[in-house]
Design a protein around this ligand. Structure first.
Ligand code: ADP
Ligand code: MG
Ligand code: ZN
Length: 495
């Protein structure tokens, strides 16, 4: 194969196995808490079941299955009548039982898909299967990495955290597509309320990649099973972000391309993404399925899930909400996209748009709020206790109590910097718009104090009016509305 590949144009083929931690209160097979397991004292969130002590039995967590069904519905996947659990046997210190409880030939979801946009193009990625399993514990290498450490500590707090493994078809044709997929997947999972992207290690990716001849890719992007199976592929592990997926795969595309061009075969192997060095490193030859000695978990009876799909509702998903924002609020596609990619932002927008003009609400949430938060490396969740004050600020702008410019540039920033309320800041900084009476007073003063300018205006010099406007603005400390001042001056001088 590689002999003939050598002189042909190449195309990359990529498939992902994405592990996401499900946000449940307790672990998947025991009652231990999953809450911020990493912040707790090591090995404090454990029990005989998740430590794999002899005789301890698993009990399936219903909430984990519900989350899995929600993911299946969101991916438009099939949910079978019956789903079962298997033991995947391998020895590693993070796996106290010597096997991982997972699913094998009857996963909870099969044949789904996710639609996404990559650089303006619509792409559909097929999902082969998605199954439930338990997370292993975590290893902490002291004084170095896995090869150089003096010793290694094991923390079983994470062991038994529910995972959903989502396996795609090899439908990706570029590293950039995998990044877009992961971003979209995260959006959907967040909308479903089953996943916390801010949690360390909550998303982990194994990326499979091979090179095939470009003319083996059909016009519609499909590749025959035969070509896929005969292509030598590597599986890159230790990818924990969207960007890392793109970077690791870009590296691997170049490495494999160079190997093929030099007439060398790509080894079928597992590689490790070394993020700090920006390279993939060979770990071991790839395990084969038979190495795992899969067999049915006799301690967990088959689970009947036929009617769960009907029973468990899912909320409106990002694509639908994006569409609705355009039709219901008259927003541009760009504004709607910006406002819907995080559920917390979309929720806030709808709350603000209910009370105020939808256009004003969009500017404030999409541009001012998100812009300022991005600048500070913060998200909406970081300011949940300030959202009432944020709405109050939008109200003050909507009701002309403060100018848009001052609200954006002074009040909102100081709200975030100093934690004061918008009212307090407006008062302290004297930013309130001058009241009608104040402006009229200033207009009268300006006319009285500048008889020459008044005479010039009356003899037809419009520039003199600008001078008078400037005088009024000065007297009101810039808080008057120049258009209104102009109007008032004309009325006074002509009336
Ligand atoms: P394994 O048995 O090695 O785990 P699977 O058939 O389960 O292999 O597929 C694992 C992942 O590899 C899937 O995400 C799939 O899309 C991907 N994959 C399959 N064939 C290829 C290929 N030729 N190139 C890249 N990825 C592939
Ligand atoms: Mg596999
Ligand atoms: Zn436990």
């Amino acid at each position: 194969m590689s002999q003939t590949l050598q002189d042909r144009e190449l195309a990359a083929v990529i498939g992902l196995e994405v592990h996401v931690q499900l946000e449940t209160d307790t672990k998947i097979f025991c009652g231990c808490s999953t809450a911020a397991a990493e912040d707790e004292a090591p090995n404090s969130r454990t029990c005989p079941t998740c430590l794999g002590l002899p005789g301890a039995l698993p009990v399936l967590n219903e909430a984990a299955v519900e989350s899995a069904v929600k993911i299946g519905k969101a991916l438009d996947a099939e949910i079978p009548e019956e789903t079962t659990f298997h033991r995947k046997n391998y020895f590693y210190p993070d796996l106290p039982k010597g096997f991982q409880l997972t699913q094998y030939d009857a996963p909870i979801c099969a044949d789904g898909e996710l639609e996404l946009r990559v650089e303006g193009d619509r792409r559909t990625i097929s999902v082969r299967r998605a199954h439930l399993e338990e997370d292993p514990g975590s290893l902490q290498h002291e004084g170095g990495n896995i090869d150089t450490a003096d010793y290694t500590l094991i923390n079983y707090n994470r062991a038994g955290t529910p995972l959903m493994e989502i396996v795609t078809q090899p439908d990706f044709r570029s590293p950039a597509e995998t990044r877009a997929f992961l971003a979209k997947l995260e959006e959907v999972l967040e909308y479903l309320g089953v996943f916390d992207a801010t949690r360390d290690g909550s998303l982990r990716v194994d990326a499979n990649i091979s090179m095939v001849a470009a003319d083996d890719v059909a016009e519609d992007g499909t590749i025959s099973e035969e070509v896929l199976e005969s292509a030598n592929r590597t599986e890159v592990k230790n990818i924990s972000s969207h960007k890392a997926a793109e970077d690791a795969l870009a590296y691997e595309v170049t490495r494999q391309r160079n190997a093929v061009k030099r007439g060398r075969a790509v080894e079928q192997e597992t590689r490790h993404w070394d993020e700090s060095r920006g390279v993939t490193v060979s770990m071991r030859s790839k395990e084969e399925e038979k190495d795992y000695r899969y067999f049915r978990e006799a301690d967990l009876p088959p689970l009947q899930v036929a009617d769960w799909k009907e029973r468990i509702p899912i909320p409106e998903l990002p694509d639908a909400r994006r569409q609705r924002f355009q039709t219901e609020y008259g927003l541009s596609q760009e504004a709607a996209s910006k406002l819907t990619s995080r559920k917390s932002v979309a929720d806030l927008y709808e709350e603000v748009a209910e009370t105020f003009d939808p256009g004003l609400a969009a500017t404030w949430v999409a541009d001012n709020l998100i812009g300022e938060l991005n600048y500070r490396d913060m998200v909406v969740a970081d300011i949940t206790d300030r959202l009432d004050e944020f709405e109050e600020l939008v109200r003050l702008v909507a009701e002309d109590e403060v100018t848009t410019k001052n609200a954006e540039e002074i009040v909102f920033r100081r709200m975030l910097d100093e934690g004061e309320s918008p009212q307090e800041i407006i008062e302290a900084e004297g930013l309130g718009k001058a009241s009608g009476g104040e402006v009229e007073q200033a207009v009268a003063e300006a006319i009285e104090e500048n008889p020459e300018a008044v005479a010039d205006y009356e003899s037809g010099d419009d520039g003199a009016l600008n001078f008078l406007v400037g005088q009024v603005m000065q007297k009101t400390g810039g808080s008057a509305d120049p258009g209104q001042v102009n109007q008032l001056l004309r009325e006074e001088l002509e009336g």
